[in-house]
Design a protein around this ligand. Sequence first.
Ligand code: SAH
Length: 248
Amino acid sequence: MHRFFVTSQSIHEGKANVDGPVARQAARVLRLQTGDSVVLMDNSGCEYVVVLHGISPSRLEGEVVEERRGLGNPGVMLTLYQGVLKGDKFETVLQKGTEIGISTFVPVLCRRSIPRASKGWADGRHPRWQSILTEATEQSGRACIPTLKPLVSLKEALTEASGVRLMAWEKETEMGFRETLVDNMERVKAEGLSFLVGPEGGFDPEEVEEARDAGVVPVSLGQRILRGETAGLAMAAAVMYQMGEMGR
Ligand code: SAH
């Protein structure tokens, strides 16, 4: 069954009434027919199975035949602070990170981020980023869209990050990601995990010192260097695996 996020007003007293892009997609692209069922979600964590009885590119009408709890956020709250990346790489991180189970994404302005990145630049991209998150959430069967925060400076990221706080740093020689994660598992479960990943050029040594001063722990992900868009996704997958969130 196709899954769509709709506004909470679209579902009322057992009836669904949907307009805008979802109606257009259902009618024009998916060519849904009267009698077909869809799953509608209002980002509350509930899902509504709806049998359609009216379909046009401007409006979908249907009857709610089942209301159920959807797939909530994973058992571990992961926040990815991602150094701003070139081109559409941040979009890849949003899409894949949603599939893997990240709860919150925060773009971070680092010293070595692309020159044109700024709060205004990120605000301009916010609607597109939000729709990538919505589509990835629909596709992956989650019932709540991950949170996307506005762009922050590294300093802001270091003060607002909560739970167990790690920074992926390829030059770290003492602390390994796996050991640090395993040693802090109970805190990760209770308080969540925030991890910081740098842009293409990596973090500059002063940034690593600032992170250390703020109590954030730099960790190594092993000897191979991962690209900026790979590191956060790899970390997220490893955490989900460790937490039993990738099948028992
Ligand atoms: N330009 C740097 C690498 C940057 S990789 C260089 O060539 O040395 C982009 C980001 O991915 C880094 O800032 C870091 O956060 C993360 N990363 C990649 N490989 C890593 C590793 N082996 N250990 C820890 N972090 C890594």
